[in-house]
Design a binder for this molecule. Structure first.
Ligand SMILES: [Zn+2]
Ligand SMILES: [Zn+2]
Length: 266
């Protein structure tokens, strides 16, 4: 079975390529024989990064998807990737309740009001302290917010590290266990995000140690996503992703439609 991609950005996301149109992904899905597409454009409320302050018009977005749906057999799902920050619970609830999303990824792109991407978060911290703080922020997010389906690209902080793009899993395991146990208890999930490999990292987000740990603790809900910002990256490295999931002990991935879970055997 050809696995659908559940993390991709169209040109509605400010950092995606202009060729990343709905049509270009539909064409790819039709060519590859994939039955559904789940678009997950960025919504980062109150972000310090000016590029991401543009929020797509989701009324127009839905209308466009409904139009396109008439001309394709590929099921078009409207997902979203929200950039969580602790003061935004109400604002995200209002936004998410206004739109009938099929799938919600909760990602942490900013910590303590500081951006990861531009390096601000790492200033005046050792790398170890920065990683530690990142996992604390994720822990607070999963404790305090439930309006989502999966946590996006766990351990993604390493991508922007100034020294090494890796971490000693054992050193952070107590906190990671706490994060994963809450996710499992609340019947949420995580994603296997393949984009790290395209950024020259040796690892996916999260890395294999963490995926194995999630499985060992009883985690069953895991989606697979490329995090494509360009149609050429649609389903990128999926063979590797599926092999990795099997290595970690998974025999199925989860696909969301109207916020409901469906399982596909891998
Ligand atoms: Zn993200
Ligand atoms: Zn993304």
């Amino acid at each position: 079975m050809s696995m659908p991609d559940q993390h991709m950005h169209t040109n509605f996301s400010p950092d995606a390529d202009e060729t990343a149109t709905f049509e270009s992904y539909i064409e790819q899905a039709e060519l590859q024989g994939i039955s559904s597409l789940t678009f997950t454009d960025h919504v980062d409320l109150d972000t310090p990064v000016s590029l991401f302050q543009i929020i797509p018009d989701y009324y127009a977005y839905r209308t466009r998807l409904n139009q396109l749906q008439k001309n394709t057999n590929v099921t078009l799902n409207m997902g979203v990737e929200i950039g969580y920050q602790p003061h935004l619970n109400e604002a995200y609830d209002t936004f998410l309740n206004a739109h009938n999303f099929d799938f919600i990824i909760m990602s942490i792109h900013v910590g303590d009001g500081l951006d990861f991407y531009n390096g601000d978060f790492f200033k005046e911290k050792t790398q170890e302290k920065a990683f530690q703080r990142y996992f604390e922020i994720v822990l607070n997010a999963v404790k305090n917010y439930d309006h989502y389906d999966v946590v996006g690209h766990l351990d993604y902080i390493i991508r922007y590290a100034l020294e090494t793009n890796d971490y000693d899993f054992k050193a952070y395991q107590p906190m990671i266990d706490e994060i994963l146990n809450i996710i499992i208890e609340k019947q949420k999930g995580i994603e296997l995000n393949m984009s790290g490999l395209r950024y020259g990292l040796k690892h996916t987000h999260p890395k294999l140690d963490l995926i194995k740990r999630y499985q060992a603790l009883g985690g069953e809900i895991i989606t697979l996503g490329s995090d494509a910002h360009h149609p050429k990256d649609y389903r990128a490295d999926f063979d590797q992703g599926i092999a990795l999931l099997k290595t970690a002990g998974f025999d199925k991935i989860t696909v969301f439609k109207q916020r409901k879970k469906h399982f596909i055997t891998i």
